[in-house]
Ligand binder design. Structure first.
Ligand code: FAD
Length: 462
C-alpha cells in the first residue's frame, strides 16, 4: 500500500526524503537550544513545482508544514511543535541565481541561497546587496524574507521588506503566487509579496525573490568609539548624521558587559579597550578610502576629543572590529541561557527606556544583569536578561515576570516587542497581549482566508 511518505518520496526523489533520527533531531532543535519539536520527516525539494506538489500532498494528508531555511531563528519559528505530524520542508537545494541584472540593479535568487551567496553574487557584478547579519553564512534568503530580517545596515538601506521588489511563493493550497518582478513602480492592486514577507512561513513557502542591488561603495571607514552612556551614543549618532548624511550606514551600540563576555569566551575576539559603552560605526562612500578615513578621524576628534577610539586602517582591522559585534550572541550563548528581547523604541525614547528598565529590573530581580547591544541607529536593542548566580538558577521561572516588566516599559515608550527577530513561538502570547484587538483580528482573517486548514507552520505568530 502506498503511504503518504511514499508520495512525498515520489515528488522529491527518495534521496531527498529524510527520516533518519539524527538529522530529524537536528532539524527539530532551534539555534538557541530552547525548543525541541518532533516531525515525521524532512523533504528537500529542488524546484518550485516540487514545493507546490509537496504542499498539495500535505493538504491531502492533513499534515502540518514547517518551512525551514538556515534554522537560525532566535524565537523557535522554524521548529515544529511536538505533535510529530509535521513535514519539515528545507529549501537549501533551491540555490539557483535565476537572474543577475546589473543594469537594473536587481538579482533574482531562489529561497535556499544563503545570504552570503547573494552578497557574493552582487559583489561579482560590482554591486552591493546590503542585508548583513552575523548569521549570513547559514541563514537563507527565504528565511530572511519570512522574518523581514534587519541587521546592521538598516540605518541606510532598510530591512528585507525595503530590499525586495518581487516574490514567488507557494500558497497553502499549493498554488504558486508569481510576483517576481524587477520593477520599482508597479501599482496593480494589493502588494501580496509584503503579506508573505515577515509572515514566518505561516502564509506560504517563499521560493524565490527579486532583490534590490546598490552601487558597491568604493570606500569604507569603520571605527569603534567609547561613549559614556546610551544618551551620549545617540548624541554622537545625530552629530555624525548631520556631517555625513546617509553615508553613515551602521551604528551599533555595545555595552561593557558584552565586551567582557567576548573576552571571557572568545579569545580571538579581543576588545581593544573596555569602556562602559561603545559604538561600532561605519561610513560608506565613493572615492578614496584615505579621504573618508581622514574625514571620520577629524569628525571623531572634534566630536569626542577625550574618547578612546580605534579606526580600522585596513580590511583586516575592519573585520576584527566587526567580529566583536558579530560574536556577541555566540559569547552570550556560551555564558549560559538568557531571556532575549529584541525590542525597538523611538530614538527619542531609547536612553530613557534603558535607564528605567535597568532600574526596574534591578529592583525586582536583584540577581539579574542586562546584556544590552544592538542596532541603536534604528532604535533596536537586544536587551537580554540573565542571572549572576551560577547556572542561572530560576531564570526561566521568572521569565514571564521579566518579560512583562520589560514589555510594559517598551510599550509605555511607544515601542515594539519584536524589531527584527519575529514572533515565532517565543513571543506569540505576548503578541496577543500587546497588539490591538482589531490588528489581531485582521491578521487572523488573513490567515483564515489563505490557510483555512491551519497547516502552514502552526503554532507560530498567531
Ligand atoms: C548569530 C546570529 C545573529 C543574528 N543576527 C540577526 C540580525 O542582526 N538581524 C536579524 O533580523 N536576525 C538576526 N538573526 C536571526 C536569524 O538569522 C534571522 O531571523 C534570519 O532571517 C533567519 O533565516 P533562516 O534562513 O535561518 O530562517 P529559519 O530560522 O530557518 O526560519 C525562520 C522563519 O522563517 C520561516 N522560513 C524559512 N524559510 C522560509 C521560506 N522559504 N518560506 C517561508 N518561510 C520560511 C520559518 O518557518 C521560520 O518561521 C541572527 C541569528 C543568529 C544565530
Amino acid at each position: 500500500m502506498t503511504t503518504w511518505l511514499d508520495t512525498v518520496a515520489g515528488i522529491v526523489g527518495p534521496r531527498h526524503l529524510i527520516t533518519d533520527p539524527d538529522t530529524l533531531a537536528a532539524a527539530c532543535l532551534d539555534w538557541r537550544g530552547r525548543y525541541r519539536g518532533r516531525a515525521q520527516a524532512i523533504a528537500r525539494p529542488g524546484s518550485t513545482a516540487e514545493v507546490a506538489a509537496l504542499v498539495r500532498a500535505c493538504v491531502a494528508a492533513g499534515a502540518p508544514i514547517v518551512p525551514q531555511g538556515g534554522n537560525t531563528s532566535h524565537c523557535g519559528a522554524a521548529t515544529p511543535d511536538d505533535s510529530g505530524r509535521a513535514l519539515i520542508i528545507q529549501l537549501h537545494r533551491m540555490q539557483a541565481l535565476r537572474a543577475v541584472d546589473a543594469d537594473n540593479n536587481t538579482l533574482t535568487a531562489e529561497a535556499g541561497c544563503t545570504l552570503a551567496q547573494v552578497q557574493d553574487a552582487a559583489a561579482g557584478v560590482g554591486r552591493l546587496f546590503p542585508l548583513s547579519l552575523a548569521s549570513e553564512g547559514s541563514c537563507q534568503i527565504g528565511g530572511n524574507l519570512a522574518t523581514n530580517a534587519g541587521g546592521v545596515a538598516v540605518l541606510r538601506y532598510g530591512p528585507m521588506r525595503e530590499l525586495t521588489l518581487g516574490l514567488e511563493a507557494v500558497l497553502p493550497d499549493g498554488s504558486v503566487l508569481d510576483s517576481l518582478s524587477g520593477l520599482r513602480k508597479n501599482n496593480t492592486g494589493y502588494d501580496l509579496k509584503q503579506l508573505l514577507i515577515g509572515a514566518e512561513g505561516t502564509l506560504g513557502i517563499i521560493t524565490a525573490a527579486t532583490l534590490k542591488l546598490f552601487p558597491a561603495p568604493e570606500a569604507t571607514a569603520t571605527a569603534l568609539v567609547e561613549v559614556s552612556n546610551p544618551a551620549d551614543a545617540l548624541a554622537l549618532l545625530h552629530a555624525l548624521q548631520a556631517r555625513f548624511g546617509d553615508r553613515l550606514t551602521a551604528f551599533e551600540l555595545i555595552s561593557g558587559l558584552c565586551l567582557q563576555l567576548l573576552a571571557r569566551h572568545l579569545p580571538d575576539a579581543r576588545p581593544p579597550f573596555m569602556p562602559p559603552w561603545c559604538v561600532l560605526l561605519e561610513l560608506n562612500d565613493g572615492g578614496s578610502e584615505a579621504v573618508l578615513n581622514q574625514a571620520l578621524a577629524e569628525a571623531l576628534c572634534a566630536l569626542r576629543p577625550q574618547a578612546d577610539a580605534v579606526l580600522a586602517r585596513h580590511a583586516r582591522e575592519r573585520a576584527q572590529l566587526w567580529t566583536l559585534r558579530e560574536q556577541i550572541s555566540e559569547a552570550q550563548k556560551r555564558d549560559g541561557p538568557s531571556i532575549k528581547h529584541d525590542i525597538a523604541v523611538p530614538l527619542s525614547q531609547l536612553a530613557g527606556f534603558i535607564e528605567r528598565a535597568d532600574a526596574a529590573l534591578q529592583q525586582a530581580f536583584p540577581a539579574c544583569r542586562v546584556v544590552c547591544f544592538g542596532h541603536v541607529g534604528d532604535g533596536n536593542l537586544h536587551y537580554n536578561v540573565s542571572y549572576t548566580r551560577p547556572g542561572n538558577v530560576d531564570l526561566f521561572d521568572d521569565e514571564p515576570a521579566v518579560n512583562a516588566l520589560v514589555y510594559d516599559l517598551v510599550y509605555a515608550h511607544g515601542g515594539t516587542l519584536s524589531a527584527e527577530h519575529g514572533i515565532g513561538q517565543l513571543k506569540r502570547d505576548w503578541l496577543r497581549r500587546y497588539l490591538p484587538p482589531a490588528n489581531l483580528a485582521a491578521m487572523r482573517a488573513v490567515k483564515q482566508a489563505l490557510d483555512p486548514l491551519g497547516l502552514m507552520n502552526p503554532g507560530k505568530v498567531l
